[in-house]
Every structure is written in C-alpha cells, then in structure tokens.
Design a protein around this ligand. Structure first.
Ligand code: APR
Length: 248
C-alpha cells in the first residue's frame, strides 16, 4: 500500500478519538458538483446572488430555480465508497464523529451514526413565517417558491451566507474538535468560516491533521501533518480494507 495510506491507517489504529470533517469534494463521486473550481456550482451561479440569505428574502423564486436543479441531483445521489468507508470506520470503532459541511445526508445514508450537520440539511424545508419543517419529498416544486400551509415561503433548512451556524451543530463541532486527537479533513477547500476553523481548533488542541483532497488547500502548508492529494473514493476504501485485513 502507498506509504501515505499506511501512515493514515497507522494513525487511525492508534488514535483514541479520531474525527472527520468533510466538504463537497467527498460527494463529487456521487454526482453532486463541488462549489469552487471550474466545475463548481459557483462558476455558474454567483453565490452572493444565489446563496446569500438577503438574496433569498429579496427573490425566493429566483433562488429556488437554482435550488430545484440542485434538488434533482440530491434526490438521485447515492453514497459513494468514501462515504461507506467512513461509516465502516465508525462501526469498527475507529472514527467517533463526522462534522460535515454537506447538506446531502449521504453520510447518514451510508450508515454513519454520529454526524454533525454544520450547514444544515438540504432535504428539510423550513417555513420562514411559522418555522414548521417539512421533508422535501412531501413538497412539490411545480410552483416556486414552495409555500407552507400558512402561506409562508419555504426555505431549505441549510445555512445561507449571512446566516448563523445552527447552535447545536456549532457547539457539538466545537466540542469534538477540541477533544479529538486525529482529524481527517476530506474534500473541502477550507476557505469558508467558521467551518474552516474546525481543523485549526483541532490542531491547537494537539490533534494530528490529515488532509485528503485532490489538490493542495490553504491548510496543506500550514496545519496539515499528512497531505494525500488523491480522491477520497480511492484513499478511504483502501485504508479500510487494509485495516480490516489486520483484524480491526
Ligand atoms: N476527493 C477529494 N477531494 C475532492 C474530490 C474528491 N473526489 N473532488 C473535489 N475535491 C476537493 C476539491 O479539490 C476542493 O478543494 O473538494 C474541495 C471542494 O471545495 P469547495 O467546492 O469549496 O467545497 P466546500 O469546502 O465543501 O465548501 C464549503 O462553501 O458555499 C459553501 O456552503 C457551501 O458548505 C459549502 C462551503
């Protein structure tokens, strides 16, 4: 096995409190585009026009037209081998928690139990007037924006730019980041705060930082102890197979 993969496997075996933080990159192999880069969603849509909460308030129908396209991808997407490998690591007792910036529920669908959804959940809709929540499955998108029974506008229960991180998710993420001894930072450009502070918090509290990403990021030269520039869907299953072969 590649020496870097071995190093990661060894660290996972020895860690007492390993966690992962994931970003859009882990779901690219499930057919959901990432945000940044030439293939990213923000190359097609200006995030300030489509992902800022003020834009949503100003023109929910316009933002919903983009969200409808995205929703079609989310509904079809299935967990890929990287999601499955993380779920297996948890059931092997080698991974305590995943903090994800993704809103696609693919970690949970792959079987991960302890998942902190830092940016909310895209398959839940919330009424801006009365706060009632709906499963997106139950809400047709024929007429936009979709509305609550009370006629309030429905918004995906995700964090838009300009919105706060949900309190519970923020405090859980802070607490696991402070107490972990290994963090795998997977498929995120790590440029959006406060999520980008999670690996820094972990590092400041003594954690070993492993980055798995197709390309170097702002973390690579600063806090990462081990950088693996390959796809998550390749690295993670191979590491899990190796660990299993050792009877883990
Ligand atoms: N394996 C590993 N890494 C990958 C893969 C892959 N198969 N494919 C892409 N990547 C990497 C890219 O190189 C990039 O660094 O994933 C990263 C994705 O970065 P972004 O598109 O910036 O996604 P993310 O970091 O999750 O964005 C953070 O920004 O607008 C928002 O709210 C949105 O939660 C999102 C936040």
């Amino acid at each position: 096995m590649d020496p870097k993969y071995l190093q990661l496997a060894d660290r996972l075996e020895r860690a007492e409190n390993a966690i992962a933080m994931t970003g859009a990159g882990i779901s690219v192999e499930s057919g959901i585009p990432a945000f940044r880069g030439s293939q990213g969603l923000w190359a097609e849509y200006d995030p300030m026009e489509y992902a800022h909460i003020q834009s949503f308030y100003n023109n929910p129908a316009k933002v919903w037209r983009m969200l409808k396209d995205l929703d079609a991808l989310l509904v079809q997407a299935k967990p890929n081998p990287a999601h499955t490998a993380l779920a297996e690591l948890e059931s092997m007792g080698l991974l305590k928690c995943i903090i994800t910036q993704n809103v696609d529920s693919l970690h949970q669908e792959a079987g991960s139990k302890k998942v902190v959804e830092f940016h909310g959940n895209g398959k839940t809709l919330v009424c801006l007037d009365c706060g009632r929540k709906y499963s997106s499955r139950d809400i047709p998108l024929d007429s936009l924006p979709p509305r609550c029974n009370c006629m309030g506008v429905l918004k995906p229960d995700v964090v838009f730019f300009g919105e706060a991180i949900p309190y519970e998710a923020g405090s859980q993420a802070q607490s696991v980041a402070c107490s972990c001894d290994l963090i795998m930072v997977i498929g995120t450009s790590a440029v959006v705060a406060p999520a980008s502070m999670i690996p820094v918090t972990a590092k400041n509290n003594g954690a070993y930082v492993v980055e798995i990403n197709l390309e170097p990021t702002v973390l690579s030269q600063t806090i990462s102890d081990l950088v693996i520039n390959e796809s998550a869907g390749r690295v993670l299953p191979e590491v899990v197979t190796w660990l299993k072969s050792r009877g883990k």
